[in-house]
Design a binder for this molecule. Structure first.
Ligand SMILES: Nc1ncnc2c1ncn2[C@@H]1O[C@H](COP(=O)(O)OP(=O)(O)O)[C@@H](O)[C@H]1O
Ligand SMILES: O=C(O)[C@H](O)[C@@H](O)[C@H](O)[C@H](O)COP(=O)(O)O
Length: 166
């Protein structure tokens, strides 16, 4: 497999679409560091989501800026960053000041598919009730690498690596 260097790969999609699972495997395959966007939310955002309230643009602003700084700090090494990146304006913030090498990998699934995943996931603060709000806000980029979520993780990673190679 040809290695791909110096890319910033944002694995995006709604809560429960598989960003952390696929992002970790992808990072391993590429020998890139993996960062989970969830770990960069301020406590106040986690508290808000835990209380069943969706984040708004203002809530997400500092978080997206933090992820943009993270991306810039990893341009040389490359990185896989799991981040919902639901809207174009959020992606503009994520990639601000980075002229090339940014890719979005959109994990695409239906509401029902993702709901089933969330119902099985244990020990996560994100309530199921917020899933509809995530789909409501979701506006994926036209140039994303799109991967359907109803497949084995290893197959999904293979699809992504092939798309990056071409
Ligand atoms: N391709 C897949 N097939 C089956 N289960 C998956 C797949 N990807 C993720 N999962 C499971 O779905 C749940 C949500 O995945 P997760 O990676 O936490 O999503 P996200 O980071 O987008 O919230 C987890 O329980 C995870 O183990
Ligand atoms: O922008 C947002 O509303 C949040 O980032 C959200 O999309 C994210 O999904 C949560 O942090 C839950 O984390 P999981 O994606 O791991 O469920």
């Amino acid at each position: 497999m040809t290695q791909v260097y110096n890319h910033i790969l944002f694995v995006m999609g709604v809560s429960g679409s598989g960003k952390s699972t696929i992002g970790k495997l992808l990072a391993e395959a590429l020998d890139y560091p993996f960062f989970d966007g969830d770990d960069f939310h301020p406590d106040v955002n986690i508290e808000k989501m835990s209380a069943g309230k969706p984040l708004n643009d203002e809530d997400r602003y500092d978080w997206l800026v933090a992820l943009n700084i993270l991306a810039k700090n990893n341009l040389v090494k490359g990185a896989v960053i799991a981040c919902s990146a639901l809207k174009e304006s959020y992606r503009d913030l994520l990639q601000a000041g980075i002229s090339k090498g940014v890719y979005y990998i959109y994990l695409k699934g239906s509401f029902q598919e993702v709901l089933e995943r969330l119902q099985q996931r244990k020990g996560h603060y994100m309530p199921l009730e917020l899933l509809q709000s995530q789909f409501d806000v979701l506006s994926p980029p036209k140039n994303a690498i799109v991967v359907k979520i109803n497949q084995q993780p290893e197959k999904m990673v293979h699809t992504i690596l092939t798309a990056l190679d071409t």
